[in-house]
Design a binder for this molecule. Structure first.
Ligand code: ATP
Length: 332
């Protein structure tokens, strides 16, 4: 497997701020890779270092085996799609897309035929003569994508590419981006703070916090086996259980995460440590999420909606298979 992008001990300081703290990361050719994390965690800086808009303070960056520190963005085999799309408002769609080909002095006819082929690819055939202001948000997003793809980059960097779109359009574009990436086989690296988006699109996810990568893994690994409380909290609506609770219910103390869907709930009191009161009940459609207070420890459970879901205020006993408990070390 070829490594597309490799970071070794990449650090980026802005004065006092350590935006990237000795990041090690290898991204394989053809991967759809997500950088996920809260605001200020360093993901955009990491993307900008790969793009060449930002230089690392120290460390090594390689793109397809070539050292890239100091190489200007346009000489790297990467292209960036910005969150605000950065389209030229005074140029029509086809000229926006063909712009970089013009800079590279590609002959006019060739330029337009390549731009049209890419517009077709992003389902915008026939929109070439419109100005960006005459398009919907989703269509502008596709123009931004086309403008990057026309350069046939080996790596496409996407900074919150769907951030400006409403939920329905976002979900539609998530599917389209994913299928486009599979079809083209280009390495996609995208930044998002939306865990659902990262989960649904990426082959692998790096979870950032405070300039560090807390965990890298497939969506399943990150969801089912979070490496730390931070990852468990950030990535899912998981229950993060403290050592004393885990010791009381399983006999062995450690931090643990427990997915709400792994919990069963029955009406009435049972084993004292697992008996509690329903304090919240949220209908989500096919499922209902309830919160059970077990003498101060709250547990969220997700149950199939229907008559079996206990009412708020009722006494219930929770249960779970001990194998559903994922134990974590003491890393916060
Ligand atoms: P967001 O989701 O809000 O974009 P992020 O995870 O992408 O956040 P970065 O933009 O990479 O985070 O920022 C990481 C840290 O570096 C933040 O504390 C930010 O304030 C700081 N930072 C980023 N760019 C600069 C800059 N040009 N000058 C000074 N500090 C910066």
């Amino acid at each position: 497997m070829t490594t597309a992008v490799s970071l070794k001990a990449i650090t980026r300081r802005f004065g006092e701020v350590l935006a990237l703290d000795a990041i090690d990361l290898d991204i394989a050719e053809g991967e759809f890779f997500a950088m996920l994390g809260p605001s200020g965690s360093g993901k955009t800086t990491c993307l900008r270092v790969i793009a060449g808009f930002e230089q690392p303070s120290s460390g090594e960056l390689s793109i397809f085996g070539q050292r890239a520190e100091g190489v200007p963005p346009y000489k790297r085999n990467v292209n960036t799609v910005f969150q605000d799309y950065a389209l030229f408002p005074h140029l029509n769609v086809i000229d926006n897309v063909a712009y970089s080909l013009m800079l590279r002095k590609v002959p006019v006819a060739e330029r337009y035929s390549q731009a049209e082929a890419v517009l077709d690819m992003v389902k915008l055939a026939g929109y070439g003569m419109r100005r960006p202001g005459q398009l919907s948000g989703g269509q502008r997003q596709r123009v931004a994508l086309a403008r990057a793809l026309v350069n046939q980059p080996k790596v496409l960097l996407l900074d919150e590419p769907l951030g400006a779109l409403d939920l329905k359009l976002r979900e539609q574009m998530q599917e389209e981006l994913k299928s486009l990436q599979k079809r083209l086989g280009i390495t996609f690296i995208f930044v998002t703070h939306d865990q659902g988006e990262a989960m649904s699109m990426a082959d692998r996810i790096a979870v950032f916090n405070l300039g560090k990568i807390m965990q890298v893994g497939t969506p399943e690994e990150i969801y089912l086996k979070p490496a730390s409380r931070f990852v468990a909290d950030f990535v899912g609506s998981s229950n993060v259980l403290p050592p004393d609770f885990v010791a009381r219910t399983t006999g062995k103390a450690s931090w643990a995460s427990l997915r709400p869907e792994a919990i069963t709930v029955t009406a009435g009191a049972g084993q004292p440590d697992l008996t509690g009161t329903v304090v919240a009940r949220n209908y989500l459609g096919a499922t209902t999420r309830i919160t059970v207070d077990l003498g101060g420890q709250r547990l969220h459970a997700v149950l199939p909606s229907g008559a079996g879901v206990p009412l708020e205020g009722s006494v219930v006993t929770v249960d779970f298979d001990p194998s559903a408990l994922h134990r974590m070390d003491d890393t916060p």
